[in-house]
Design a protein around this ligand. Sequence first.
Ligand SMILES: C[S@@+](CC[C@H](N)C(=O)[O-])C[C@H]1O[C@@H](n2cnc3c(N)ncnc32)[C@H](O)[C@@H]1O
Length: 228
Amino acid sequence: MRLSAYNFVKLIHRVPTLKKVAGILRGTLWIDHVRAHEILFKEKNIKSMIEFGMGDGTESFLKQLDKVASVEIFTKDVALAEKLKVADDSWAIKCKERFKGSKNWELIMYEMKQPVIDAELDVTGVGGLVKRGGNPRAGAYKIELSALLDQLGLDKYNYAFVDAGIHLRGDIVNLLFQRVPIIGAHDWDDKAIYGYTRINKPANYDEEEGVGSHAGIHFWIKQGMETQ
Ligand SMILES: C[S@@+](CC[C@H](N)C(=O)[O-])C[C@H]1O[C@@H](n2cnc3c(N)ncnc32)[C@H](O)[C@@H]1O
């Protein structure tokens, strides 16, 4: 089988450098989705991104891109955060301290309102009316999330990554279609709890699995996006 120049370059991108392998073995570099993102950013010439959920991955994105915005969806109600296993504002405080020196980083804080709280109570099973991993009973949370996305100026970003602390990730992916050309979602193998089963892929997006993620990473790429 002959290897085209494009496939050869793609293959080279997929082979981690010795430095990376050493880092992984030391346990210092291992963030589940980083390798898949390094490949994606090179192949698609990505310069700016918005992420839903932030953490160790953010540090890697900040090193590679001109602009990274992190959206933190949280509740001030610490007891509710604990019950739902979502974030209160303490995670954002830690991240602010950690990334304060990064000029290319912007933090967008969003305090969830009742429709999203109700949907979270349903999908996590905590509300007692829906089994964990089921669908929200009402659709109002989609209106709340759509209004949030309307405020983000999404046309500034080449890429959106959904790895949020809340569980309504599939719904965020649905709302990102036609607003951002490339979308990624982490923990793809846990379809039910993150609502990935609710995703409706539009015909003008292709999809592919990212490499090297144990939890699963999935990408949707708008047709016509050039590969480097
Ligand atoms: C699911 S994690 C993934 C973040 C990032 N994409 C990464 O890979 O490092 C991110 C979200 O989980 C929530 N979270 C709450 N406490 C956390 C903690 N101790 N460590 C990490 N994430 C936490 C926050 O809402 C945070 O934005």
